[in-house]
Write a protein that binds this ligand. Structure first.
Ligand code: RIB
Length: 286
């Protein structure tokens, strides 16, 4: 089983020709509402790849929360440990420009009400965590989990540095990597992180693929070239695919290469969720 501990947000995707600058007003080309939140995106995307997934998350006691639970059930994600909190469901305001790039502002709502005592379920063979929930929840999940622990440090919060010894696989994107290490030198920065992270640091590089570093080797694994429509959630889909691959005991290099392919398919359509394994197979051999 894969356990995802993380957030749910209603995503308001606001399409613009170009991002506004400070003090500038722009018109939107259309607004759409999707299910989002890094935890939910990762759980649903892993389930779509045939992973058996349990989600530990919190929603508000509003219609959005109800809809989220229905959605997870349709997507075959186990919701036994989803908590309904008195308050509003998380909401993310996402600008997407013509190049498919995004800017995101999150109102955490119920996500910030998830507590350590909500982690009463058994954590699976692989546990996948991000940072849109409180740090004590992240710490408890890392402490309680006895399987492979993947931490996607998104968005970076400074306290995460004190937890790195508990992490097996750390998966920052380039911005998060820079925030964590203070350098954009991948070889050097991953070496520094590997003094504390147990097994591997994988830096996701968007269209350039991902940089995989372990104590023995460090190299870039390229991604297939595709035309992006919306890159929102590509990192979530990558993490989901990585969790599924590591759950199936693929080696790290094959797991990253699989995750690159799945993430590439995900950016060809709008929204933050990943493709099913059948959709991936239409494009690539996996
Ligand atoms: O990683 C993309 C996600 O970040 C969006 O779905 C949004 O909800 C924010 O959590």
């Amino acid at each position: 089983m894969i356990t995802v501990v993380g957030s749910y947000n209603v995503d308001l995707i606001i399409r613009v020709e170009k991002f506004p600058q400070a003090s500038e007003t722009v018109f939107t080309e259309g607004v759409k509402v999707y299910h989002g939140g890094k935890g939910s995106n990762q759980a649903v995307s892993a389930s779509r790849l045939n992973g058996r997934v349990t989600l530990i998350a919190a929603v508000g006691n509003d219609n959005y929360g109800e809809e989220a639970i229905k959605f997870w059930q349709e997507e075959k994600v186990d919701t036994s440990y989803v908590k309904v909190k008195r308050g509003r469901t998380g909401m993310a305001y996402i600008l997407v420009n013509r190049k498919g790039e995004n800017m995101i502002v999150v109102d955490r709502g119920a996500n910030s009400m998830l507590t350590s005592s909500d982690l009463d379920g058994t954590l699976g063979k692989v546990t996948l965590i991000q940072l849109e929930v409180n740090m004590d929840v992240v710490k408890t999940a890392l402490t309680k989990s006895h399987g492979v622990k993947i931490l996607n440090p998104a968005p970076v919060v400074s306290e995460v540095r004190s937890l790195l010894e508990m992490v097996d696989v750390l998966t920052p994107n380039e911005i998060e990597f820079m925030e964590l290490t203070g350098t954009n030198d991948l070889s050097y920065g991953t070496l520094v992180l590997l003094k504390r992270v147990n097994k591997a640091v994988i830096v996701t590089l968007g269209e350039k693929g991902a940089f995989l570093a372990t104590r023995n080797r460090a190299f870039r694994i390229p991604s297939p070239k595709v035309k992006p429509v919306d890159t929102t959630g590509a990192g979530d889909v990558f993490n989901a695919a990585l969790a599924v691959a590591l759950h199936e005991e693929m080696d790290l290099e094959d797991a990253v290469s699989f995750a690159n392919k799945v993430a590439s398919v995900s950016v060809m359509t709008e929204g933050a969720l990943g493709p099913t394994i059948e959709e991936v197979r239409k494009h690539f051999e996996v």
